[in-house]
Design a protein around this ligand. Structure first.
Ligand code: C2E
Ligand code: MG
Ligand code: MG
Ligand code: MG
Length: 281
């Protein structure tokens, strides 16, 4: 009997793996076609000054609906693209899309847009020259562009630090995304020339709940103060969370469903026209 059960488990496990693997390969093929056809769309999540609630800009987030009509989460297909070494092509499409949709507004210098990049982009020697070329051709001031890099990156620290320094020298703002979820420490951050840390949504959610976890937040905030970094709080969903962070530090920014979900370009433009005046950058 046990042999039979064991055999069945073996078969179903193999089947499961096979299915997963074939689904992944289908997704990969679809993703490669999507890159070729530029089938991605962009949405922009407003970022606000928590004190005044003025819009300072937005974070660009990529969206993809695959050939089966399913919205594939960016976490899934970005990871797949990184795995296959093709994420740079998606990043370039995102940059082009931002220029197409936000270029006119960015050229006035009154808006700040962030773009998520991966360590693969960062370490690609063609990335920065290409970015410069696209941004400069569109006559967009480089300081209006922020690049978000997640700290979970496992890439070689010295190489990452060097590449970040080059992006900074070129005039872009550097954001550490999902701060607190990776290996970052004060010592680590100190060796990187970053401008902004984004406090991960998982910490935002602890406000008003477990006191133990919430105590991490004051530590991150005081660390940021010591280093003179701007803080952007991610995933603000409640008034209580907004007030907690607003009262914690001067000049703190945030984003989340409380203010706005990510918007397609047309809706973001509308919001900019009706919103309170843009915050001073
Ligand atoms: P992220 O950069 O940390 O983006 C924040 C995520 O939180 C977004 O999910 C956003 O829609 C979501 N979010 C914003 N406000 C709230 C809120 O109040 N509550 C909740 N529950 N969620 C909120 P999304 O768009 O699914 O993106 C997930 C991740 O995928 C991003 O995390 C980023 O790491 C990656 N990603 C998205 N777009 C791009 C891109 O263009 N390039 C790269 N390389 N990665 C991207
Ligand atoms: Mg981000
Ligand atoms: Mg984040
Ligand atoms: Mg994230």
């Amino acid at each position: 009997l046990w042999t039979v059960i064991g055999g069945l488990i073996g078969v179903s496990a193999t089947c499961g793996l096979y299915l997963l693997d074939s689904r992944r390969r289908t997704l990969e093929a679809q993703l490669r076609r999507a890159i070729q056809r530029d089938s991605f769309t962009l949405v922009y999540q407003p970022i606000v000054d928590l004190e005044t609630e003025a819009v300072t800009g937005a974070e660009t987030l990529v969206r993809w609906v695959n050939e089966a009509g399913d919205a594939v989460p960016p976490d899934t297909f970005i990871a797949l693209a990184e795995n296959k070494g093709i994420v740079g092509q998606i990043t370039r499409l995102v940059i082009r899309g931002v220029i197409r949709e936000m270029g006119a507004q960015l050229a006035t210098g009154a808006l700040h847009i962030t773009i998520n990049i991966t360590s693969q982009d960062l370490l690609d020697p063609t990335f920065l020259p290409e970015l410069n070329r696209l941004i400069d051709n569109a006559q967009i001031p480089r300081f209006t562009i922020g690049l978000e890099l997640t700290e979970r990156s496992t890439a070689d620290h010295a190489l990452v630090a060097e590449a970040i320094a080059r992006l900074k020298e070129a005039g872009y703002d550097l954001y550490i995304d999902d701060f607190g979820t990776g290996y970052s420490s004060l010592a680590y951050l100190h060796t990187l020339s970053v401008d902004v840390i984004k406090i991960d949504r998982s910490f935002t959610q602890t406000v008003g709940t477990e006191a133990v976890t919430a105590s991490v937040v004051p530590q991150i905030l005081s660390m940021a103060r010591q280093l003179g970094l701007l803080v952007v709080v991610e995933g603000i969903e409640t008034r209580e969370q907004a007030i907690y962070f607003r009262d914690s530090t001067a000049g703190i920014w945030g984003q989340g469903w409380l203010y706005s979900k990510p918007l397609i370009a047309a809706d973001f433009h509308k919001l900019l026209q009706t919103a309170k005046s843009l915050a001073k950058l």
